[in-house]
Design a protein around this ligand. Structure first.
Ligand SMILES: *[C@@H]1O[C@H](CO)[C@@H](O)[C@H](O)[C@H]1NC(C)=O
Ligand SMILES: *[C@@H]1O[C@H](CO)[C@@H](O)[C@H](O)[C@H]1NC(C)=O
Ligand SMILES: *[C@@H]1O[C@H](CO)[C@@H](O)[C@H](O)[C@H]1NC(C)=O
Ligand SMILES: *[C@@H]1O[C@H](CO)[C@@H](O)[C@H](O)[C@H]1NC(C)=O
Length: 528
């Protein structure tokens, strides 16, 4: 077994070690829509195949020579990392492939195992599992930096092409591993969040490669003006807390609109944020409290960050408010005190307020650092070019729990700082646009996709739900060939078997999905 530990990992380590500068701090941004991290199983526990052969640990990484540019194969290949196991495989079984999306994938090898839906499907269908690192994340880099020039080959279509080229060309490290190309073996794509969107995109773009798919919390619809992120939060959070937040935000927006600097500074001081010179930075800072919602799962239990925040607003002298909250005056003071006594220190530590929450210093070297394995920069590139997903206030006809002083141009301006010269932009407003957002929704049909043998699983409490087929505004309700399964879970809850143990509805989504997979798998026939 020691054979498996030779050579490759050392080479891989060398590649990413390109000295990372002690980088300047940049502002705290909004969260990524990423799949939940699951603890990697211990390397001490042996992995064995069905016939008792000992297999490499789940954490053992392999390398695939991937095309740098699928539009120009003459540019050669780069080393794309993947992880693999065939503990449940039996001849004739499917290959279950997932990219965890915008992360260093080495922390996501639990997605090979039956603690996730991937491994559960493998176990039921006698399949093998693969986790493939996304280009420009972790150690899978076409070029040695993340400059605008290098990022030219970081597109959604290149990522889709990577999945297909991998399936068609990989020689999997297992018996008969060169006889498992699509057509000889059924390939099932699995993914969550952005990786879930890639499942839908790849299946519609490469119908001959991927036979079936499972897309969890898949953010398939590019949306520039993404106020909808806060809608599931507003709808699901305690009524008193949302009522009080709405009251405070309405007050904040009316003060900011007054242009009365004395009043505006007094308002910022209530939160200890008088050091923030730009009003939209102040308004965006108040979104931070809501982002804690994304970390919740059915098994989170009480006492998480989001509830700490609501308790700060709603519990007064040991008594909690009724459904309509305590009202503006109490809520404003309580929210402000929470920032001053606890929250600022939690999110900013010892940083001064402009460093932590200000976004207007275009000269901060943070924006232009282009060292490898900087997941935030690679992800921002995809947002700026293809998805948008700018978190802002709701339109005026809608209730809002975030300030309307934040608009898409707040995010677009930062794209200009990060990637100077990369976008057409508008020289008058210095605001850049999201060049491919509309094209993306046309190319892969967004939430209108009709791709068959594709399961969409969503959680009603997922803040990303409004970019999925389960959005309030999605016209697509699914079919027997494209089941839309909805649970009471959060972001990608249904990918984790432990969340099925915490929620009967999540478990039912998982069981139903496995049943569909069994049915479709039984209908698969090899092509010659
Ligand atoms: C067990 O499986 C491995 C790999 O599938 C194969 O090489 C080996 O011959 C098998 N051994 C037995 C005893 O079936
Ligand atoms: C999951 O797989 C492990 C082997 O990796 C096995 O011991 C365990 O019983 C499986 N769990 C279930 C619920 O089947
Ligand atoms: C009021 O807020 C408290 C504290 O966050 C919460 O536990 C309770 O469920 C809320 N009640 C209502 C009716 O919204
Ligand atoms: C740039 O922005 C200004 C102000 O919003 C607008 O009037 C103009 O049409 C824009 N130009 C382009 C090329 O989009």
């Amino acid at each position: 077994m020691l054979l498996f530990h030779l050579a490759l990992p050392a080479l891989l380590l060398l590649r990413s070690a390109a000295a990372r500068p002690a980088h300047a701090k940049g502002p705290l941004g909004p969260p990524h829509p990423r799949v939940p991290h699951v603890e990697t199983p211990s390397e001490e526990v042996p992995v064995t195949s069905r016939n008792g052969t000992q297999l490499p640990p789940y954490t053992y990484s392999y390398v695939f020579e991937q095309l740098i540019d699928h539009n120009n194969p003459s540019l050669g290949t780069f080393r794309q990392r993947y992880w693999h196991t065939y503990e449940f495989y039996e001849p004739g079984g499917p290959i279950i492939l997932m990219t965890p999306g915008e992360v260093d994938a080495s922390g996501y090898t639990a997605y090979l195992t039956n603690s996730t839906i991937n491994g559960r499907i493998a176990q039921e269908l006698n399949g093998a599992t693969v986790v493939l690192e996304h280009r420009f994340f972790g150690n899978s880099n076409p070029y040695q930096d993340l400059s605008v020039k290098s990022l030219g080959v970081l597109t959604v279509q290149q990522a889709v092409d990577d999945l297909a080229y991998f399936a068609q060309n990989v020689n999997l490290p297992m018996p008969g591993g060169d006889q498992l190309a699509p057509g000889k073996a059924p390939w099932i794509l699995v993914g969550g969040s952005y990786g879930g969107a890639l499942v839908s995109y790849a299946m519609s773009n490469k119908p001959d490669v991927f036979y079936a798919g499972y897309a969890s919390s898949a953010v398939v619809q590019a949306i520039i003006d993404f106020w909808g992120y806060f809608e599931p939060i507003r709808q699901s959070m305690p009524a008193n807390c949302s009522a009080d937040i709405e009251a405070v935000i309405a007050h904040v927006d009316s003060v900011l609109a007054s242009n009365d600097n004395t009043q505006i500074n007094a308002l910022k001081s209530t939160f200890g944020l008088q050091g923030l010179s730009h009003n939209d930075d102040f308004a965006a800072a108040l979104q931070q409290n809501l982002f804690a919602w994304q970390d919740m799962q059915p098994d989170s239990g009480p006492g998480g960050g989001f509830y700490e925040f609501c308790d700060a607003l709603e519990v007064k002298n040991g008594v909690s408010a009724g459904a309509s909250g305590w009202g503006l005056d109490n809520a404003l003071q309580a929210w402000g005190n929470y920032w001053k006594s606890t929250y600022y220190q939690q999110i900013c530590g010892d940083d001064d307020v402009e460093t932590c929450l200000g976004t207007y210093d275009a000269t901060n070297p943070f924006w232009s650092y282009d060292y490898l394995d900087n997941a935030d920069r690679s992800w921002q590139w995809l947002l700026c070019n293809e998805f948008g997903f700018y978190f802002d206030g709701a339109p005026s006809a809608q209730p809002t729990i975030t300030s309307r002083a934040v608009t898409p141009s707040y995010g677009e301006r930062q794209c200009g700082y990060r990637f100077p010269g990369a976008f057409p932009g508008n020289t008058t407003t210095s605001v850049v646009e999201v060049p491919n957002a509309r094209g993306l929704n046309v190319a892969y049909q967004g939430w209108e996709t009709t791709t068959p043998r594709l399961i969409f699983a969503n959680g009603i409490n997922d803040p990303w739900r409004e970019a999925t087929v389960a959005a309030d505004g999605s016209p697509n309700t699914g079919s027997d060939m494209q089941p839309h399964l909805l649970s009471d879970g959060f972001h990608c809850s249904d990918m984790l078997i432990r969340e099925g143990a915490a929620s009967a509805k999540v478990k039912s989504v998982q069981d139903t999905a496995v049943t569909y997979m069994q049915e479709w798998f039984a209908q698969w026939t090899p092509s010659s």
